[in-house]
Design a protein around this ligand. Sequence first.
Ligand SMILES: [Zn+2]
Length: 201
Amino acid sequence: MIVKRSIWIPFLAALLLLMSFQSQDLLSDSSILFPDQASSPYVLPYPVGKAYICSQGYDRRSTHAGQEFFYAVDFAMAIGTPITAARNGTVLAVVDHFGDEEYGFTTHSNYVIVDHSDGSFGRYVHLTRNGASVKQGQIVSAGDLIGHSGSSGSPGHPHLHFDVTQGNSLPSAQTVPVCFRNTIGHPNGLQSGVRYPAVLY
Ligand SMILES: [Zn+2]
């Protein structure tokens, strides 16, 4: 019994120390983590002139608590709201046959994924049924219409979930921090409850 304890205690201590370092790194809101806004290749994923409230930002109050989704953002918007490309790329995948009442983020969400050809992928999730306006293989530029928002996979809360992953697109991939060059300053990433206007760029 004593022998076992002597083995496990240092092991657990090391594990906890490692988890604490990792947690500090991922949860830090230091602007060091975030790319420069003015030179960002990303614009807000909706048309210039529109403004929507970020219902979940990098402060991760709710469903983005898991490590994979640390850097995902949600924009509250009615079903059928136009969604535009946040960055130039090629459409990698399109799913839009699920209904807005169907539940399950990874199993019943409609989405469009855009390959940015630098190892990163933009994911536009919870589109409405038949809500994609692009096809696989299509080249898109930032600002192009790519679909219409909905609540598929997330019934009862119509919104656009947008994130950028690095190195892997689906289904469970690590999101990375991005900022959007055509809106108000957000040096620590978008924050929940703030309305972000999309201005000319
Ligand atoms: Zn989300």
